[in-house]
Every structure is written in C-alpha cells, then in structure tokens.
Design a protein around this ligand. Structure first.
Ligand SMILES: [Zn+2]
Ligand SMILES: [Zn+2]
Length: 143
C-alpha cells in the first residue's frame, strides 16, 4: 500500500506535471499523497505555490540527472525509467541530432512544454510586457 509522503496515511499517486498538462507516467513525475494532502486545501491541486514548488523541484532533478547535452532514447529509458514507446512518441516532433535529442528539449517536454523558474514561482509575469516596450523604443529611433 502506498503511503502519503507528508503524513503516512494511505495515498494516491499525484502527477506533478498533470496528465492534462502533458505529464507522463514515470517515477520522477509522481508524488504519493493522501486524499487530504492531495486534493485538500494544502495539496498541490488547491495550493498553487506548492504545485509550482513540486514542479521546480522535479525540473531541477531532471537537470541533475541529465548531465550531457544530448541523449538517445535508450539512455533516457534507462536513466529516467520511462517506457520506451512513450518517450519515443513524445520526442518525435523534436529534432534528432547526431548524438540524440537535446537535453533542453527533453526537459521542456517532460515538464509539459514549460520551463519553470523562480519568476513563475513569484507570479511575476510582466517580463514580456517590458520587452515589447523595448522593441518599440528601438523602432521609434528609426535606425
Ligand atoms: Zn497525507
Ligand atoms: Zn494529483
């Protein structure tokens, strides 16, 4: 029986990157949580901060495990314990270089087509706005 990693009660499997976000079945994407710590107010489905914390944590684990720039399907299968057919399918649309798939593409895909950083953790999302202003400044100078 699976046990909640917070309190030890019987647990469900939580997908850190939700299946609806493109998350797939492999150990690094799982957390084991009881119904209260899973769907309750303090769980990742209700508490956005915790949700992001889990995601940032998973992403940095992936960065630590994947130390090379490129990986072959077989290497990913062994390192991350992902079903070969699944990893093949999700990476199909990414460029396959001589040495394999690019680490950044792999992590981006496993994180559900997102790159998480401390900025998203703080909810600071006006960076795009700033760069637009910067562009229009350049244009107005009529170089
Ligand atoms: Zn619990
Ligand atoms: Zn869940």
């Amino acid at each position: 029986m699976l046990k909640c990693e917070v309190c030890g009660k019987p647990a469900d499997k939580h997908h850190i990157v939700y299946k609806s976000q493109g998350g797939i079945e492999f150990q690094l994407n799982f957390r084991y949580l009881c119904s209260c710590h899973h769907r309750g107010d303090t769980g990742p489905h209700k508490n956005r901060k915790l949700d992001l914390e889990y995601k940032l944590n998973m992403q940095s684990q992936l960065e630590k495990i994947l130390i090379k720039e490129f990986y072959l399907i077989e290497e990913l299968e062994a390192l991350l314990n992902i079903n070969k057919g699944v990893i093949k399918r999700i990476l199909k649309k990414y460029k396959l270089y001589d040495n394999g798939y690019k680490k950044s593409d792999i992590i981006f895909r496993l994180m559900g087509l997102k790159k998480y950083d401390e900025q998203s953790f703080l909810g600071n999302e006006d960076l795009k706005e700033k760069s637009n202003t910067f562009d229009s400044n350049i244009k107005s100078k009529k170089l």
